[in-house]
Design a protein. Structure first.
Length: 414
């Protein structure tokens, strides 16, 4: 078998294989239970919510009752549904639509009995899409908090632990609102380590974290909490449910590891040596990029996933994206090495707040940047990695993919 040669098209095929492995239509139907004696109510929340709802609708018996609501980010790929209501909301910072979505979800969950079934569909992005401030807090308080978290460089575990304890929906509170109904949570993981209770801040799962931990995270990352929130966390007044009924269960139906394996399988079919660097890499994007550049030396394909973070240190940041920033840091280490091709992107199709999924580089990237008068180090310092690769024409533009298993990185050394 002849070994494939690196190209943008090959790298994109690897990315697409990873995304396809986490598509709801592929991973959801086999996990559906038999219809209950009573009603089935669907509560969907996240970047994959509409696609998960469509897969459920298609597989659910036409003669069995089915209702519910699905909340996805504004701008998601439109999907026509017949039995489930779709809603759009804000991401990554909540707005009034997020509050309305939370109220609709809680209303749909109430009034159910032991013969009823709730199917909760969770995927990444859910934390911002539905939020309901606890008494004494305002939407502006939560918007300020979310913005501070996004700029802080805090890992997702820290962010979602704080979010759980400041929202009337998260941390198992939506699950508790379902009363005596059975609850099945089907989740697509975008969390390093795949902790189900962290996906979307775990609205339907019992929460092992505590008010004290939320307060400790806030102090570690210098997050300024409203006085009422600080007092409630100190006293434990806003503690989340630590246990839910035995009729509640949760299943992870797709994960970063499964998507990386799908990309590796394709690469093996091309005759490539593949080295898995892990599905849960975390840390500051520029530091992870340097580490990857130093580690990937021998010929072969190196795959990794996880979720890097970006601490915004520049007063006027450019067009960033954590994957673009990771790649730019690696490019600075590689400079004009003639044997490196790489793609780093977010599997949801949106890298941070940029319009791109991520970016690519090849052996010509450095020379092309020099010819255009671009300064890679200055772009990195200003968090303008997305703008840098856009100037080179090396951004990856996909639009929303309908799923989310976090970062995908492929480094191909000839």
């Amino acid at each position: 078998m002849k070994t494939a040669t690196p190209s943008f098209e090959c790298l994109r095929q690897l990315f697409e294989a990873a995304v396809a492995a986490a598509q709801p239509a592929r991973v959801l139907p086999t996990h559906l239970p038999a219809p209950p004696a009573g009603r089935t109510v669907v509560l969907g929340l996240g970047k994959a919510a509409w696609g998960m709802g469509a897969a459920l609708e298609a597989a659910w018996p036409a003669d069995q009752p089915l209702s519910g609501v699905l909340v996805a980010p504004a701008g998601s790929r439109p999907i026509a549904l017949r039995r489930l209501r779709t809603m759009e909301s804000a991401h990554p910072v909540p707005d009034v639509r997020s509050v309305h979505a939370a109220q609709v979800l809680l209303t749909a969950a109430r009034g159910l009995g032991p013969q009823d079934l709730v199917i909760a569909l969770l995927s990444g992005g859910a934390s911002a899409l539905a939020t309901l401030p606890l008494p004494g807090l305002t939407l502006v308080d939560l918007q300020t908090l979310n913005t501070a978290l996004l700029h802080s460089g805090a890992p997702i575990a820290a962010m979602n632990t704080m979010r759980k304890h400041l929202c009337a929906l998260k941390g198992g509170r939506l699950g508790a609102a379902c009363g005596s109904a059975a609850v099945l949570t089907l989740a697509i993981s975008d969390i390093p380590g795949d902790r189900l209770d962290l996906i979307g801040s775990g609205p339907t799962l019992a929460d092992p974290s505590t008010c004290a931990e939320a307060l400790a995270w806030a102090e570690q990352y210098d997050i300024d909490l409203p006085t009422v929130a600080r007092a409630a966390l100190q006293s434990g007044a806003w503690e989340t449910p630590k246990a839910l009924p035995d009729s509640h269960r949760a299943v992870r139906i797709a994960s970063p590891a499964q998507s990386l394996e799908a990309a590796a399988e394709l690469a093996h079919s091309w005759g490539l040596r593949v080295e898995m660097l892990g599905d849960a890499l975390q840390g500051e994007a520029r530091e992870v990029g340097l580490q990857l550049a130093q580690r990937c030396q021998a010929p072969g394909l190196y795959l990794s996933g996880g979720e890097t973070t970006v601490t915004l240190r520049h007063l006027q940041p450019g067009q960033g994206g954590r994957n673009a920033e990771t790649l730019l840091a690696a490019l600075l280490a590689w400079r004009d090495r003639p044997d490196i091709h790489a793609l780093m992107a977010d599997t949801d199709g949106i890298d941070g707040a940029s319009p791109w999924a991520g970016a690519t580089c090849d052996p010509s990237s450095w020379a092309r940047a020099v010819a255009l008068g671009l300064d890679p180090a200055a772009a990195l310092a200003r968090h303008n990695a997305g703008g840098f690769f856009h100037a080179l024409g090396d951004n990856l533009l996909t639009g929303p993919t309908g799923t989310n298993v976090n970062d995908f990185r492929a480094i191909w050394v000839e």
